[in-house]
Design a protein. Structure first.
Length: 249
């Protein structure tokens, strides 16, 4: 007897908690479309988006075109960006068989950020942070470490950018908002620790590059970094040298 396959659901950004509460009761396959999931060149997104869009949204497009999804939830509120709204409109035109649902995450209940403050390999830490949004449950308690360095910004498309950071790095910016499940909490996003050397990061062509550069300019010991699709050796070397000269490594 033929059995139906599980619904294939994609998410972009951080949809409201109510969405994840609904999905938690369903037998589905869930895909975080912000992450590189398919082995297709990002240039394939050029049929939908210009190159001046950030690598994250171009990755969303490539994933959406290839994964044969039944439904996509896209946060287009202040916790994401206007470009996400335009991307949703364009995807609907290119994927008539996929239901595109736009959301505006204005949640304000704080879930906390234990992952951002615990001692952990930075690539593993950022992976755990991005995965944490899919669970509607309260975060488990984790011990907080004394920070030796800071990373402020969005999760990079290429997590190898995080390799130079010590395990005692605290995470700030939109990544912390992500774990807190409040992507539109601007006060939390702008917060950083002035007492530790901090790298301020955003994807090239992302509107958050303006705030990243501004905060780096007024931080007592800040470094501004942006990169497009991949974290090249020069970007990692720049971060490595900054952390070494700051005595973090």
């Amino acid at each position: 007897m033929k059995t139906e396959s599980k619904p294939r659901i994609g998410i972009v950004g951080v949809p409201p908690l109510t969405i994840f509460q609904e999905l938690a009761d369903q037998d589905i396959e869930l895909f975080d479309l912000d992450e590189p999931l398919v082995k297709i060149g990002i240039d394939q997104a050029s049929s939908c988006l210009p190159r001046v869009y950030c690598a994250i949204l171009r990755t969303v497009v490539v994933n959406s075109l290839e994964l044969n999804l039944d439904r996509i939830y896209i946060d287009v509120g202040p916790g994401k960006c206007d470009c996400a709204l335009h991307t949703a409109t364009i995807l609907q035109a290119h994927l008539p068989g996929t239901e595109i649902i736009t959301t505006r995450n204005l949640d304000h209940h704080d879930f906390g950020s234990p992952l951002c403050r615990t001692r952990m390999d930075m690539m593993s830490k950022m992976t755990a942070i991005t995965r944490s949004i899919q669970s509607p449950l309260q975060h488990p308690s984790l011990p907080s470490c004394t920070p030796s360095a800071g990373f402020w910004g969005v999760p990079p498309r290429d997590f190898t950018l995080l390799e130079p950071f010590p395990d005692t790095t605290h995470v700030y910016g939109w990544s912390r908002c992500m774990e807190n499940k409040t992507p539109a909490n601007f006060a939390l996003e702008e917060y950083c620790n002035p007492n530790i050397p901090t790298v301020f990061f955003a994807q090239s062509f992302c509107a958050k590059t303006a705030m990243a550069r501004h905060l780096a300019s007024i931080h007592p010991h800040g470094l501004y970094v942006d990169c497009d699709v991949t974290a090249g050796s020069s970007a990692r070397a720049k971060i490595q040298a900054f952390l070494e000269l700051s005595g973090c490594l």
